[in-house]
Design a protein around this ligand. Structure first.
Ligand code: ADP
Ligand code: MG
Ligand code: ZN
Length: 476
């Protein structure tokens, strides 16, 4: 009997404002512990929070981009719990009335696009960080992160496999970066995901879910969901029952284990935050934010297909990030004759090499203009595509322009018909046996001759001319 996995995701996204949610402290990552704090984010009694409107605007923008309703009046609540990294004893969050509700995100699946509902986006503040490592049995607390604004983006339980969950997260990750509402660096904890997982037989009501924490990469998310779904299925098939609980994913062991059960579940005793008035925004504010919305990934993909004649696949690859898309468009601006050639060389050649170097496009050792210089030399026949790949390697290593490398290494393509004829004759003279077989009807030896001529020219003969001249001379 088959099983269906049901997944709903809660994603915490750090909003990339300069200052914190309720005070003027800096949000810059990586500072000395506790240097970016003040009485408000240290949780001193009697300090009043002042809401950062930039964080509100960025949450509204995100809401608009997922087609959600923006609540013109929303509320802040206190979520009460004790933890050493939370000196106030409560987190300011939005519980009863969030800023954003009822949105959606479309994800690619094997059966085409699928719409995933987004229940809500609420604003809240981050907690500090406990530091244990290398501290010899004691823990330290760093409150630089305390009070950094977060969006919690809660999905409907609409996903049916770990792959769908990962596709959703990748789309969401791409979207918040396109909107520039978050840097969403997962290694810095700026995009964190909890996964709610249950299993059922198709058609039955939802099963009991567990919540998985500590999922800090797309790979771990997939592994954790797959492990957890199997665990629940085996448990039920063995006559057991899934208990609602929070489970921690151990990436070293590749398994989830119980962190706290329902009995120990937090009762947060939410109540309205008395120090903040209801958050009121106007429709005009919302409209102004909508007017300033940048091009979204799906729009950009469609434009790349239309404007540059790219395949759906290439358009998708090149619109993965705004940085990459901007790089591509700068390349096309510098080599406007052939946007497809630009796409091929960027997506297949440059990105592949950068990946090997572990380097993002923003840190590429060569500029779009330099890349265009290389493509110009292919276009005007100075070098072949094959030689161009070697030149590109050299450009990446040295940062030099294509022309300088072609000149210094004498790589110019041989386009002189007489010289190519001479090479062909040389090859035919050196291989009388093959020539005889060819003339006797073994026509596939043609490729052998092409290869020999290219070799004799050290790869520099124009391949199209070699083909044409060889045909002419052989059929003489
Ligand atoms: P809580 O208040 O305990 O966080 P919510 O109702 O807000 O619970 O749901 C949290 C997340 O759990 C949402 O993303 C939701 O889609 C998901 N979810 C709810 N029920 C299930 C279920 N049976 N299986 C999988 N995910 C679920
Ligand atoms: Mg929740
Ligand atoms: Zn502060």
């Amino acid at each position: 009997m088959s099983w269906e996995v049901v997944i709903g995701l809660e994603v915490h996204v750090q909003i990339n404002t300069k200052t914190k949610a309720f005070c003027g402290c800096s949000t810059t990552f990586g500072a000395e512990p506790n240097t970016q704090t003040c009485p408000v984010c240290l949780g001193m009694p009697g300090q009043l929070p002042v809401l950062n409107m930039e964080a509100v605007n960025k949450t509204v923008l995100t809401g608009l981009a997922i087609g959600a309703r923006i609540n013109l009046e929303s509320r802040f609540d206190r979520k009460n719990y004790f933890y050493p990294d939370l000196p106030k004893g409560y987190q300011i969050s939005q519980f009863a009335v969030p800023l954003v509700e009822h949105g959606h995100l479309d994800i690619p699946t094997q059966d085409g696009e699928k719409r995933i509902g987004i229940t809500r986006i609420h604003m809240e503040e981050d907690a500090g960080k406990s530091l244990h490592e290398g501290l010899d049995g004691v823990s330290h607390i760093d409150l630089n992160r305390s009070g950094i604004p977060l969006m919690e983006i809660v999905s409907e339980p609409d996903m049916r496999s770990a792959d769908e969950a990962v596709a959703y997260l990748k789309k969401l990750h791409q979207l918040v970066r396109f909107l520039d509402v978050s840097d969403a660096d997962m290694e810095k904890g700026q995009f964190r995901c909890d996964a709610n997982v249950s299993v059922r037989r198709p058609g039955e009501p939802f099963g009991t879910r567990t919540e998985l924490k500590n999922l800090n990469s797309f790979r771990f998310i997939k592994q954790a969901i797959e492990y957890e779904a199997m665990r629940q299925i085996e448990l039920i098939e063995d006559g057991g029952e899934v208990v609602q609980e929070t489970r921690l994913y151990d990436s070293a062991k590749g398994e989830t284990r119980s962190m706290r059960g329902k009995e120990e579940a937090h009762d947060y005793r939410y109540f309205p935050e008395p120090d903040l008035p209801p958050l009121r925004i106007t429709q005009q504010q919302v409209d102004a934010i909508r007017d300033g919305m940048p091009e979204l990934p799906a729009q950009m993909r469609a434009r790349f297909e239309q404007e540059y004649g790219l395949s759906a696949y290439d358009a998708d690859v090149l619109s993965q990030t705004r940085e990459l898309a901007a790089w591509y468009e700068a390349l096309v601006a510098a080599h406007p004759a052939d946007p497809k050639r630009c796409a091929n060389w960027l997506a297949n050649e440059l990105l592949g090499r950068l990946k090997e170097l572990g380097c993002e496009i923003s840190a590429s050792p060569i500029s779009p203009q330099q890349m265009a210089g290389l493509l110009d030399r292919i276009a005007d026949g100075t070098i072949s595509g094959k030689i161009a790949k070697d030149v590109l390697d050299e450009m990446i290593q040295s940062g030099k322009d294509a022309d300088a490398i072609i000149e210094a290494k004498g790589l110019k393509q041989l386009n002189d018909a007489d010289a190519i004829d001479a090479l062909i004759r040389q090859v035919l003279d050196a291989n009388p046996q093959q020539l005889e077989q060819y003339r006797a009807g073994k026509v596939k030896l043609f490729g052998f001759f092409v290869g020999q001529v290219m070799k004799a020219s050290r790869g520099q003969a124009n391949p199209a001319m070699v083909n044409a001249r060889l045909k002419a001379l052989l059929d003489d």
